[in-house]
Write a protein that binds this ligand. Sequence first.
Ligand code: NAP
Ligand code: MG
Length: 500
Amino acid sequence: MADEIEPANLSLTNVTFDLEYAPALESKSIVSIDKEYGLFIGGKFVEPKDGKKFVTVSPSTEEKLSQISSASAADVDRAVKAARKAHTEIWGRMSGRDRAKYLFRIARQLQERAREFAVLESIDGGKPIRESRDVDVPLAAAHFFYHAGWADKLEYAFPDRRIAPKGVVGQIIPWNFPLLMLAWKIAPALATGNTVVLKPAETTPLTALLFAQLLQDVDLPPGVVNIVTGAGATGSALVEHKDVDKLAFTGSTSVGKQIQRSAAARGLPLTLELGGKAAHIVFEDAALDQAVEGVINGIYFNQGHVCCAGSRLLVQESIADSFIDRLKNRMSTLRVGDPLDKNTDVGAINSSEQLGRITALVEAGVAEGAEIYQPSCALPAKGYWFRPTIFTNVQQSHRIAREEIFGPVLSVLTFRTPEEAVAKANDTQYGLSAGIWTEKGSKILWMADQLDAGVIWANTFNQFDPASPFGGYKESGFGREGGLQGLSAYVSLSSPRGAS
Ligand code: NAP
Ligand code: MG
């Protein structure tokens, strides 16, 4: 609304606008959440053997949403047996063409029920509806479509090789992209003839359980996908199970290392998608308005709960002050609040534990002498929230420059030359992603060649496609998800009979 002003004073400089948006709430009525859920084993929802349950809450309201079953080692054993039976009797023998039909059906159902999945994802995990609606759910469907396309063409994916599925695959996923990580895991496994036991994260089980209902609706043969909810102990029971043929894990580096030890002792194939501390590098010759948008998206997308988040901004010294001013201006327009409001840019922090971790690291940043800035936005009274934060005067040795915060916190460092940018960018235990902003193509190619990162974006950030392999180096893990490389993790390849 324009302020009331005298006509004589009317000029563009003294007209101000109130930029408050009216709430635009997505209705919750499309989802129905059961009071409690069983484990999805052998195509049915079954009670856990010891009857143990835990609560999943909405991080934006702290409301208790449902009682979720906690799978014990005995339940995991049931799930692995169901997956083995389904692999031996049905899925491992089915033609690729028929497997593809199921994958296409799953993909189409995800599209048809997209709004339901998006709303549930935002309620259970706290991410803005705009993101679950426009990114998580469409990309999850895209992964099933992409892998449906490969299921009957594996001999073209791996020409002149004999191709066999691994068998029963154990998969463990985190809470930051619950449905999307499920899709990244399940779609390539099914396309290649494996059966699955999947453990969702403790704080975000609901979309995986809705997905289990979707699998019943598409008549996926029983046991092809089993979903065992629970905490870390359930994941550990899956990792330790003797009849699993391959493990795939996405989560923290510390848990990933434990899993690696266990898999190595048994010679089990393993893919690990772990943490990151990506350098987002902005040169003085970059298109700065676009770079500001890229940097903001790189760190505040999904509250910074993103393994490939651009959490370390490296900005060229000559433009550092003005670039930081632009960033602060843009930050002041970010709307933090109700994840179901379509205007919301930054939603709720996923859990009180994660809020505690972010708060502790931010306090460490202040104590180590970095300068903190947060816009003065109002936060809801209930729920878990953290203001978008930027730290300047950050040293390479500070914890906020080295440790993964996994929250909406950007650490800013500066550099003078491309060589210095590379040295600083690579000075980390991680190697998942990086971003480069410059108008000069040759600089992009030179930098990309020097950076130790599995995924490098230039003049953009956070672009994902099922055909494009994603994964890291160093302590960010190994193996790739997506594309042919991702597919190859789920097959055993050998020379065809008679070939030398
Ligand atoms: P986390 O604690 O490692 O948990 C990941 C999954 O492992 C959850 O399902 C968790 O169950 C389970 N788990 C915990 N302890 C386990 C154990 N001893 N054995 C087997 N499974 C166990 O990680 P998080 O805190 O949920 O997720 C955040 C981390 O994941 C960040 O470091 C982030 O960078 C990383 N991440 C990486 C990628 C990638 O693609 N590279 C993607 C997303 C996230 P509970 O939920 O019950 O703890
Ligand atoms: Mg929850």
